[in-house]
Design a protein around this ligand. Sequence first.
Ligand SMILES: Nc1ncnc2c1ncn2[C@@H]1O[C@H](COP(=O)(O)OP(=O)(O)OP(=O)(O)O)[C@@H](O)[C@H]1O
Ligand SMILES: [Mg+2]
Length: 360
Amino acid sequence: MATLALPKDQRFADDCSRAQIEFCNVTKLYGSVAAVRALSLTVSSGEFLTILGPSGSGKTTTLMLLAGFESPNEGDIRIAGRSVASVPSYRRDQGIVFQSYALFPHLTVRRNLEFPLEMRGMKVGERTKRVDQILERVHLSGFDGRMPSQLSGGQQQRVALARALIADPPILLLDEPLGALDRNLREQMQGEIKSLHKEFGITTVCVTHDQEEALTLSDRVVVMRAGRIEQVDTPEALYDRPATRFVATFLGEANILENSTFDVESGPIPSAGAVAMIRPERIRIGPSTGAKRVDSEERQSVSGTVNDMIYAGAVRKYQVCVGNDVLVVREHVASGKPTFLPGSEVRLDWLRSDIRFVTP
Ligand SMILES: Nc1ncnc2c1ncn2[C@@H]1O[C@H](COP(=O)(O)OP(=O)(O)OP(=O)(O)O)[C@@H](O)[C@H]1O
Ligand SMILES: [Mg+2]
């Protein structure tokens, strides 16, 4: 797709197309509330970075600061190496999809899409061509004459995405872009966003509180908590090696083996105060009798009683009482695998190397 650059004098940095975003010790206060605290973060050119965190953790504020709708009280934001402190939002050359996707309700789909191009002084003929192109890309050809109210939620979301992309910005900011969609449509749109990102290579910062979405879409994920960064890592590293208890429990399920009546035998504890953790799918469940499971150099095993069993389609989730602990075990449903009903005596075992340590 052709690049639709702003006229040179309107563009704050010529090399924006290799955008690299830097947050340097950024703090944003709302009265006495620090929505973002001493945040430092770098986003590489072409990267898809997702900010994940509970409600009120500062995700939208971080995006608003980057978009220029809010200014930091402390610290600096740089794009392509230059501070944007004095660059107003409309000059930052970013495509934005807000938490509520906010199409102009009184304008048709075509007029909504033309708006950013008009702002850039593009001629009518070129605008029409460009709108047709992007509508085709988001599978909405023929919808150009509709008003937003005549579209479904998913279609509106796609128009919002198209509008953010239409001027070919070097940076795309997405705040809960799929928040309003049901699961199927959400997954379909996730695929769409992923392929658009691959195709255009736009540096993308996406905000979500949906962990699956974050893991699926991103090159790296930032987990925020109360305005601070808790951990930044690739999706796999974040899930497999969470640094803190908060990350371990926020991202997926975790068995924290804090007060266990059994010893977790997995070598030296890496740092003082760290607690052992194991993911539910890393624990094997089997009958307490029959094929015996004994401790070995690689595996540890414990006895327990099934407290609850939940069937969830592809997986079965067990809650197993082991002493005073209740361990969650997740097992893929497969033919030939026995089901353990509540009250069953079972043996659990796991690879010692699957034990992780997290700080409180
Ligand atoms: N304009 C504002 N005035 C005062 N406080 C604000 C304002 N905007 C945000 N806050 C506060 O800053 C904190 C962070 O808000 P923010 O909108 O960034 O959270 P979020 O992580 O996007 O949450 P959500 O997942 O609910 O969208 C919250 O405590 C919020 O109440
Ligand atoms: Mg938000």
